[in-house]
Write a protein that binds this ligand. Sequence first.
Ligand SMILES: Nc1ncnc2c1ncn2[C@@H]1O[C@H](COP(=O)(O)OP(=O)(O)OP(=O)(O)O)[C@@H](O)[C@H]1O
Length: 243
Amino acid sequence: MNETNTIQVQAVTKSFGKKVVLKDINLDIKQGSIYGFIGPSGAGKTTLIKLIVGMDFPDEGSVHLLGEKMPNLNILQKIGYMAQSDALYEALTGKENLMFFASLFKLDKTEKQKRITYAAQLVKLTADLNKRVSAYSGGMKRRLSLAIALIQNPKILILDEPTVGIDPELRLSIWNELLRLKNEEGKTIIVTTHVMDEAVKCDYIAMVRDGSFIASGTPRQLKEQYNVNSLDEVFLGAGRKVQ
Ligand SMILES: Nc1ncnc2c1ncn2[C@@H]1O[C@H](COP(=O)(O)OP(=O)(O)OP(=O)(O)O)[C@@H](O)[C@H]1O
């Protein structure tokens, strides 16, 4: 398998009990692109992300990252994952959290220090690094989680609603950095979002509803296909088509 096919999802199906949460999902994500999953609450976005990261198994089908079948512990160093709920050590400071997560990866001392400084600056937490996380606001915790996802300089970033609870100015600067990481460093990024103005910044979008992709393509292709001017209208149009 070629490394340019960074993420491949083939005919994936997943159920919880009798509820089918993902139905025959196929994805082929090339290196150096941003892929967005957009869709209403309960559509199956987080479940799909967990299968891609290797936190759960599909019932049918397969997931490959960088040519390796998932789940696979050997490539964890290459994946930065930010979950929807923050998994932080509240009794530790922001810096201690970053140091802890950095120590899980193979980084030498200088590199570790450099990455902590970079990640903290990116999410504008440098001035608050010595405060305990229990004193952080919700938005600060999201920002720290994002910094942790970036700590080992992974090739692949998988971010579940990374900008929820973050103010518009910082959201913009985080998106600018995601675009830079893609353009200059060739990172491959998956994000989930409810926000159309973020979806527009993705190279490809999959609109997810009831466990299926109801539409997918570049933002431009989708608007042309539905002959509309906004992704909101594409989503409404695609939803109507499947009803
Ligand atoms: N571990 C689980 N056990 C049972 N049902 C689950 C489990 N995880 C998810 N589900 C169900 O699967 C469906 C899809 O959930 P999922 O979290 O993937 O949606 P989502 O699109 O990420 O929603 P949101 O935007 O609210 O995060 C929901 O109906 C949810 O209740």
